[in-house]
Write a protein that binds this ligand. Structure first.
Ligand code: FAD
Length: 117
């Protein structure tokens, strides 16, 4: 377990940025294989998160609210929701998931198989 609160918060911020960016770039119409990949990723991500108590809490959230993997919107909305669950647990303000917009645009212009992204 990471003892230092500052380090834990920094890890959290970096991880959430990564986590929401993964969702923002998940396919709008994922194949079954892509859906299964995201589901596995989220469970392994939670299991291997390098802060023991966080991993434990997050796995409890996951068993209550399993990852939504049917589309980009579903995945991004779900991730925003579970992050808000963690926010609530830590007495942090709720984030308005309608504001996700381009907040997690990674600037990687290799998106969209259809070419019109
Ligand atoms: P963060 O919560 O790190 O958020 C970073 C930024 O993301 C915010 O400034 C905001 O711009 C945006 N944001 C906020 N909410 C949302 C949302 N719902 N959707 C999208 N974007 C949003 N810390 C603990 O002390 N105990 C724990 O058990 C714990 N569990 C964690 C589990 C996981 C999986 C992760 C990734 C982190 C966990 N943390 C835990 C760390 C904690 O969630 C914060 O990252 C940390 O406290 C720093 O908080 P922050 O206020 O800087 O904002």
């Amino acid at each position: 377990r990471l003892g230092n609160e500052t380090v834990k918060a920094e890890l959290g911020r970096a991880t959430w940025k990564y986590f929401h960016t993964v969702m923002a770039r998940f396919p709008e119409k994922p194949t079954l294989d892509e859906q299964e990949a995201l589901r596995s990723f989220v469970h392994l991500f939670a299991r291997l998160y390098p802060c023991g108590e966080c991993a434990e809490h997050f796995q409890q959230h996951l068993s209550k609210y399993p990852p939504q993997v049917s589309s980009r919107n579903a995945a991004a909305g779900w991730a925003c929701f579970v992050h808000n669950e963690v926010n609530a647990m830590l007495d942090k303000p709720e984030f308005d998931c309608n504001d996700l917009g381009s907040f997690y645009d990674c600037g990687c212009n290799d998106d969209e198989e259809s070419g019109d992204g």
